[in-house]
Design a protein around this ligand. Structure first.
Ligand SMILES: NC(=O)c1ccc[n+]([C@@H]2O[C@H](COP(=O)([O-])OP(=O)(O)OC[C@H]3O[C@@H](n4cnc5c(N)ncnc54)[C@H](OP(=O)(O)O)[C@@H]3O)[C@@H](O)[C@H]2O)c1
Length: 328
């Protein structure tokens, strides 16, 4: 049996180790479908797992990687034929089931989404769970607001979820304010941001209600920043929350909700229904600007995963990281 390369995360006592091993198909976990992985990606969650910052991994040893894109090698599900292009996001893959940091995966076919015709596996992973979450968040904004209703704020704007949100919202005609802690160059304006606010703008939260500035928000940051943002949202606006890069707390108050009728909406991409995922992927394939997507993506090798995970958690990355699994 031909061997293939995988990144294996192991834990002994409290210390975690990473190795790059040649393994064979019979060492993979249970599943009705074999996928030859072309590309994977480092999401925020993967970076936390790789650097042992949070207890993301539920079984040891583990092949991390919550996302993968590739081609069906073999499946007992008749809906999938050899050669079909597929994507997998979430469902515990890379946490409790071997994930995408490998050249081959054995998975449950119910977790697979067909790759929309207009996207390549590389583009699907440049989008990844981060971009899927951006699209699911934008779908909530679209349900609530038209572009003419007012400005939309996106926080963590140079990160994965943030950069794709800025790019797509702008394409859809919304006026986007990008919130970022990075010293600004042209990255955000090239993605379509009309205004940029710095992270320290959200540090002062002295009032229960502040001056109204935006009608919609996609927030990946949480904590004091989110509380501040809620207090500055227009009457009837919506704040979509999907991340906690600053913290898990939310020190807000009731006034924005009962005086300004603000909606706070959570978004989750791991266990969301396959139907909603497929809808979101179809929408992504129609609205994504492929040239801009390519420009915001860094392609790396499997052996570079650890160093790039550290960079991502230290806010040293702009945009997205794709792992090329077609070369050793
Ligand atoms: N709900 C879901 O299903 C789902 C899916 C994917 C991701 N997420 C979550 O969304 C968040 C962002 O994910 P991502 O993939 O976009 O990660 P990412 O690429 O690392 O981007 C996060 C961005 O947040 C900003 N940031 C980092 N630390 C911060 C801090 N202490 N205070 C304020 N801003 C900070 C930085 O942007 P600037 O430098 O531009 O400010 C950073 O680039 C994470 O919490 C992740 O777990 C959730």
């Amino acid at each position: 049996m031909k061997k293939f390369r995988a990144l294996i995360l192991n834990k002994k006592n409290e210390s975690q180790s990473i190795s790059y091993k040649l393994i064979s198909e019979n060492q993979l976990m249970e599943g009705d479908t074999l996928v030859r992985i072309n590309y994977s990606t480092i999401n925020y969650k993967d970076a936390l797992a790789i650097t042992n910052k949070r207890p993301i991994i539920k079984k040891w040893p583990m092949i991390p990687g919550v996302d993968l894109a590739g081609v069906i090698k073999r499946s007992s599900n008749k809906n999938f034929q050899k050669g079909d292009k597929v994507i997998l996001n979430g469902y515990g893959v890379g946490e409790s089931h071997y994930g995408g940091f490998s050249q081959i995966a054995k998975v449950n076919s119910k977790w697979l989404t067909k790759l929309p015709e207009f996207l390549t596996p590389f583009e699907a992973m440049a989008i990844g769970s981060a971009g899927l979450t951006a699209m699911l968040s934008i779908m909530q904004i679209q349900k609530h607001l038209k572009p003419s209703d007012g400005k939309i704020l996106v926080t963590g704007a140079t990160g994965g979820v943030g950069s794709i949100s800025v790019m797509i919202l702008s394409k859809l005609g919304y006026d986007v304010i990008a919130g970022s802690g990075k010293k600004e160059d042209v990255f955000l304006s090239n993605l379509g941001a009309k205004e940029i606010v710095t992270r320290d703008y959200f540090n002062h939260n002295d009032k229960l209600l502040n001056h109204q500035e935006w009608v919609g928000v996609i927030d990946v940051v949480g904590s004091k920043t989110l509380a501040n943002i809620i207090s500055r949202t227009y009457y009837g606006g919506i704040v979509v929350v999907c991340g906690l890069a600053e913290g898990v707390d939310l020190p807000t108050n009731m006034m924005p909700f009962i005086i300004r009728a603000i909606t706070l909406k959570g978004v989750e991409s791991i266990h969301t229904s396959q139907r909603l995922k497929q809808n979101a992927w179809n929408s992504l394939s129609k609205v994504i600007d492929k040239k801009k997507l390519k420009n915001l993506t860094t392609k790396i090798k499997l052996t570079e995963v650890e160093s790039y995970s550290k960079k991502l958690l230290n806010s040293k990355i702009k945009g997205r990281i794709v792992i090329d699994l077609m070369r050793d």
